[in-house]
Design a protein around this ligand. Structure first.
Ligand code: PA5
Length: 427
């Protein structure tokens, strides 16, 4: 389970402290499914449902893709993209396509409108065998629909009638353009459950199929997630890490901390932070309220954003994610002559240096009046990933309900679409 440490934030609380009665009410509302958006709380049961239903079919599709494709193109955006990429970067590598492996390269497309990005992906695939996993719950989002059109045409050119055996569509069970096309063409279909919103869907086929293709132990991810959600939903007290995190950030928000930066010292966490930004940004930022979610990658960003964090306007709170144990060790070598002056570190592990640096940074930022919330899991592995996903989803729902908004809708994203489709001449 995730551990939350609030000692770096407590000095910034007022005498009353976090309002856990609000979090408790939010918890009840969520579990009793009586709040706004309650029809989208299927993520609470998602891992156990996946283990019982789609997992076997996903694993056999993944085995087929691994057997006949050197590349998998994953087409999707937002909640239909970020979770899978976050998992693959965190659990395999941010350089996944470059590492030596017995699983296909994976390219993510359909998450923007850049011709350059698509052309580069086509060039990188070259004449290698590939398959496409197109993911869209609504089945009509412009960016993935356009991207899919391009890669479907490439598949058809390369494989003719057999192209349809290389298309895997993850979409609504009953409706939408993608659903209709998949049903008509006979592409293999996976479900985005109707009661699970995009940004809460990483543990459905949306995330699980690309993760399985990348060689991640998805059964272990789902089993760990079942346990995590059980713990997070059963514990109704301020000992619950989701209560601690949601309570602290809502309290700090009422005290003027309007921006939260999520920091981590592992580069492999970068897309977890992107996933987290969508989760909290889309869930909380509405009706004129909401903490602005931003992210930094330490220690690199200490040399770019560090100045602002230490010394800029005091509207920040900082949440730092860490892993108790590193996945590998590296001893700092001794150098004869010590010309770089680093022998005082010789013989120490990199991970130990990282831990000390993180402690020093936290102390300095707290002194610079940035409240610090520490979030940790034992390891950067399947269990750690599942724990973080469930913890953030639960915290997000509690935090949004406590702030009085519906965590599960996103009415604001329609405004630009209306303008764009009008300008593009959509009939
Ligand atoms: O969280 C959400 O619902 C959104 O971010 C969607 O995931 C995103 O807009 C993509 O939608 P779709 O899967 O319908 O293409």
């Amino acid at each position: 389970m995730v551990k939350v440490e609030l000692s770096g934030a407590k000095d910034f609380f007022d005498v009353i402290g976090p309002d856990y009665s609000k979090i408790s009410d939010a918890h009840r509302t969520l579990l009793e499914k009586t709040g706004a958006g309650s029809e989208f709380t299927g993520w609470l049961e998602l891992p156990q449902n996946m283990l019982k239903t789609e997992l076997k079919a996903i694993q056999s599709a993944a085995a087929r893709i691994k057997g006949n494709s050197e590349v998998l193109v994953v087409v999707g955006i937002g909640g239909s993209y970020l979770g899978a990429r976050a998992a693959i970067e965190l659990l395999r590598s941010p350089n996944y396509n470059l590492i030596k492996k017995d699983t296909p390269d994976i390219f993510f497309v359909g998450n923007g409108l850049s011709a350059d990005a698509i052309n580069e992906t086509i060039e990188l695939i070259g004449d290698r065998d590939f398959s496409v996993n197109v993911i869209s719950k609504s089945g009509g989002t412009l960016e993935p629909a356009l991207g899919f059109r391009v890669f479907k045409a490439l598949l058809e050119k390369k494989y003719g009638a057999n192209a349809k055996k290389r298309i895997y569509a993850t979409t609504d069970a009953e409706r939408g353009l993608l659903h209709d096309m998949a049903a008509a063409e006979g592409w293999e279909r996976f479900i985005v459950p109707g009661d699970v919103g995009g940004r809460f869907s990483v543990l459905s086929a949306v995330g699980i199929l690309p993760m399985a293709v990348a060689g991640i132990d998805v059964e272990s991810v789902l089993s760990c997630a079942v346990q995590e959600l059980q713990d997070l939903t059963q514990q109704r007290s301020a000992e619950n890490p989701a209560w601690q995190y949601a309570g602290a950030r809502q309290h700090l928000y009422t005290l003027g901390r309007t921006t939260e930066i999520l920091a981590c010292y592992e580069p492999s966490f970068r897309f977890m932070a992107e996933w987290w930004k969508q989760l909290f940004g889309e869930s909380e930022g509405k009706n004129g309220v909401g903490i602005f979610p931003a992210s930094v990658e330490y220690s690199a960003d200490l040399h770019s954003m560090g100045q602002y964090v230490q010394d800029g306007p005091r509207r920040l709170m900082e949440s730092v994610v860490s892993f108790d144990e590193p996945n590998s060790e590296l001893k700092i070598p001794f150098e004869l002559g010590n010309r770089d002056g680093l022998n005082y570190l010789a013989g120490r592990e990199y991970s130990a240096v990282q831990k000390i640096a993180a402690r020093a940074v936290a102390e300095a930022h707290i002194k610079g009046e940035v409240p610090n919330i520490s979030i940790s899991v034992p390891k950067r592995d399947e269990a750690g990933f599942a724990a973080l996903v469930c913890f953030f989803e639960m915290s997000c729902a509690l935090s949004a309900y406590a702030s009085g908004v519906n965590p599960f809708d996103q009415p604001g994203v329609e405004a630009y679409k209306i303008n764009m489709f009008k300008m593009l001449g959509k009939e």
